[in-house]
Design a binder for this molecule. Sequence first.
Ligand code: NAP
Length: 286
Amino acid sequence: MFTGKTRNLGVMGWPVEHSLSPAMQNAALEKAGMDYAYIALPVPSQHLEKAVEGLKALGFCGWNVTIPHKTAIMRFMDEVDSSAKMIGAVNTVVNKDGKLKGFNTDAVGFLRGLEHSNFKAAGKNAVILGAGGAARAVIWGLCQVRVSNITLGVRNPKKAEAMAELFRGYTNVAVFNWGDEGFRNALKDAELLVNTTPLGMSPNVDGIPPVEMELLPKTALVYDIIYTPEETKLLRAAGRLGYSVVNGEYMLAGQGAEAFRMWTGMTPDENLMRRVLRESLISQNG
Ligand code: NAP
């Protein structure tokens, strides 16, 4: 039950009614016995600054940020954490005594999927498909756990090159078109393949990145950060070839769990968060 003492959290986006975060966070808050309410905060872009000021005035403890505000909100923060700067986006705001600090928990979320798979990335070679916003979080996560080499396989190497350059002070990053011989060679040496493109995401479930997966060593882990469908065509093919696989649910629940920790100082039940996510996706998509 909400009372006069209930503390406020939410997710700011536009549109935001399909966000899975309210169901996931409220389930975790209730399980932890915490007196917080987490609500959807629909904010059109032209009202972003006023909305941030409003939440600050209302004493919100913090909130998540989703499309289209993840980059635009950075200029309204009192401080932006270094990971959020590297990723170029804020997905979590913490209000500490009226000062707003922006964080990005996607890299931590991504690493939760590796932990779940018992995959130790230090010293290993990774191939990442795609070089958009999510890829930046994946690369930054892999830099944190000291991966040795990252190869980006993309359709547009020129565009990806600028992004790769941002991370070269942290690890080796090569960029190839995924039809290049250099990309095939990287696959042969890779211990981890991560798909960050939307190829295979609902409703286009027949999509699959154009990759000769069988070139990967048999011990490689195939990680698709897509979470709907639960098993993409890429993961199904990888499973059939005998690779270990992990889907995007771990990243999605993991980023939420990290935000929960930042706001409350408590560790949530992440299994429950994943279960609620899956149930919400099933009820949304039928
Ligand atoms: P984004 O910024 O639009 O980047 C998408 C990347 O995929 C770009 O490099 C883009 O290439 C490439 N791409 C898109 N369509 C392609 C196609 N038809 N053929 C080849 N390459 C294509 O998107 P994002 O925010 O990074 O999100 C990407 C995916 O990650 C989505 O499926 C999203 O659901 C998922 N995601 C999951 C989580 C999670 O928590 N599990 C979090 C964030 C995102 P160009 O640059 O050439 O266009």
